[in-house]
Design a protein around this ligand. Sequence first.
Ligand SMILES: [Zn+2]
Ligand SMILES: [Zn+2]
Length: 910
Amino acid sequence: MPEKLPDHYDPTAVEQHANDRWTDPEPYAEADGVPDFDPDATPEETSHAYEYAVRAREDGEPFYFLDGPPFTSGRMHVGNAWGKLLKDCLLRYHRMQGRAVRARPGYDTHGLPVEVNLEQRHGFDAKQDVEQYGVDRFTAECREYVAEQAGVMTEEFRDLGVWMDWDDPYLTMDPKYVDAVWDAFATLYEEGLLERGERVVNTCPRCETAVSDSRLKYEERTVDAAYVGFPLHEADRREASERASGETANRAGGTLATWTTTPWTVVGNQFVAVDREAEYAAVTVADGAADRSDDGEDHTPASPLYVASERVEAVMDALGFDSDDWTVDRTLPGAELVGATYDHPLADRLSDHPTPRGEVAGADYVDTAGDGTGLVHSAPGFGHEDFERGRDLDLPPYGPVDLDGRFTDAAGEFAGAHVHGEGREAVLDALTEAGALLGTERYRHEYPQCPRCDTDVVYRAAEQWLVRTTDLKSDLLDAAEETTWYPAEARDGRFRNTVESAPDWNVSRQRYWGSPLPVWVCTDCGRDVVVGSRAELAERAGLDEPLEDPHRPAVDELTLDCPDCGGAARRVADVLDVWFDSAVASWASLDESPGETPRPDAWPADLVVEGNDQTRGWFLMQLVLGVALGGRAPYEEVLMHGWALLDGEPMSKSRGHVVRPPDVVAEHGRDALRAHLLGHEQHGQDVSLTSDLQGVETVRDRLDVVWNVVRFATLFMAEDGYRPTLALAGDADLDGAAGSAGESRNGQVLDRWLLARLREVVEEATAAFERRAPNEALDATLEFLVEDVSRFYVQAVRDRVWATGGEAGGDTAGGDATADKLAAYDTLGTVLHACVRLLAPFVPHLSERLYGALDGAEPTVHATDWPDADTLGLPADPDLLADVDALRAVEGAVATARQRLGRKGRWPVA
Ligand SMILES: [Zn+2]
Ligand SMILES: [Zn+2]
């Protein structure tokens, strides 16, 4: 029988009630929806209700949802919760649609943030401190810390009613997972898609590792930018005439004026770049014009000074020349400068420099209209574009700077100096001495920093392992086209652009806590030995058993026999980028044997749901490895949501600009928080919260109305001993073919109308879920309950349910009044039973409570079927809907008039 509900919606009590229901084994032991269900076998971290709901669908059509593993950062803010709630909402819907949903949560457990956290705890400043402490102790602490953080997050997700396989999350640090990572790496290697080579990468000199470009932070600051002059080599005629171009410039001599915000990189200068098409000016500076310094020497650069025409005035002004100090002799296209040679101003201090005499070269990265001189000092060892162009020019990149940001011994007198400190000053001094520092200017810019420790990064060339993404470009674009995106335009816009511009992917990191790079190099013949699993490693290393823990330092200690020469192969010390870990999740999380990479039956995933920052992250990296190893995208469908804003700004843990779920839950409950977050448009749009939680309060008010409607209905139904069902009057059997709704039991036109509206709402909600816009489903359902059911229908049928007559329960007993009341009960019963199901994915606790009060037949609302308008026989009656709309418009006008007269309007039942 229906249960009379308390007068007011109390989220705390409701949520407690639902939780008790979910964790009490009894209802599930007795239920027959899953005949052999044994609550005792429910895993510890899982509620009986979840296990039951999953088991009830295990023969359904499989639905493979792949959880993007969040980084284990411990306590989360509402923004972190939003994505998981969106996933939960969609998973609940699919279960109700009868799908056998795979919902294994994951955690991204490796990486620099974990290490930095522990370093801070111990007060470590550099990798040396880690080495001294012991890499074994350090990585053991990383593992422990991560497990702790993951535990905290799991608790928080569960607390918000997120139903996933919490007893069995996939962790990227699990040995089996690392096997899958190694297998992927080894396969890429075999297929020639991995390259070991020098690349210029952002490195953090404190963390002493490469850092992803897309993860950098930027800090705005003012620096002294330096104008550096490179003196043209005064070639004799014969030498000059051997070159196709640039000879005129060389014969005339003079100075190439360049500009840099990082003067220490001049050490690595190997060419000066110009725009071949642009116009340059040869500027003659009057003798003695720069003789303004205290040392009494003339610092006037050798004329002519070459500067892009567009920049002449600005540059001469910045160098402190008056307008009558200089004249433009002539102009020439950049092409005429190409090939001109110059002497590196610091060549005599850098004995190892491979190009003491540099050349002017054309390059497409030269901007003659922006900052600087339009001639670009280029150091292939210290700049990405410089490196690429330098490679075309066959210049061996020269970058004598170590991982810790200090000049190496190859840098002669600069050795040991930090490029962001004394090294920078020393180079400036040396340039001044060499007469090459034309001047400096204060310059405001944004400098990239390590996202983990806020240290200024250094661009430097070093040996890295790269996935040859650029080789796969057209396959990646084709594969992306086979996927479905919500919003659709993100696929062909934002994502396509990202794929098109994706560079080769540097996957090596010079750290400790990560999936170890599975590469050993023969110390005799230099051959790589790449290992695809722990088992293979054990075999090659002559171990009896595979390593239980494949992390550093255990793997470092193993030496393998070179299969070519029998020499000893030693491990490359790097670990893998964490994105490589998460990029294999679509098959690694399936826990199948890694030899199958990546073709287990369930693959690819049906759906992934993540924030829009993942177009450059997980969506992309997964696509790369999916295409490289499986020949297609590893997901069918992508739902991309936005960011959570608080008072208009992104939430940030480090700035303390966050709202945490418990803050909201304490005041308005979990369901109101969920409904608020899920009520926003999800397709790439940001969700906004305000500190006063106004939006949560608004949705909470609507849930109050829902509560009151069900309370009203169950109160009278209970009085009359009426048992509400989803099935319509006299049609208790859902499979039955008995009369369709609204026609049974002499239903009034209003009943028929409400049922016709319900049909609309059910269809709308279903369609909304199918286009991955659950917010529209929620909105349609709440709007219906508040406006149509509460404000209109319930008001109109009050008199009918108040009618006294014979005992309810019989169809005709008690005459017309009773029949009429029963028809209203039938209608309300159907509507409310359907609506608690429609609401279940959003407000699982409240739905459970209301479903129980309505005397539902299943042990949990979450094991019921999603309502289907046809199965329920709901009437389609557009004419009636239109008529009632018109009627209500009149009523609305009347209500307004009444209010004007100072009388009370109608309110939702309360
Ligand atoms: Zn760092
Ligand atoms: Zn060898």
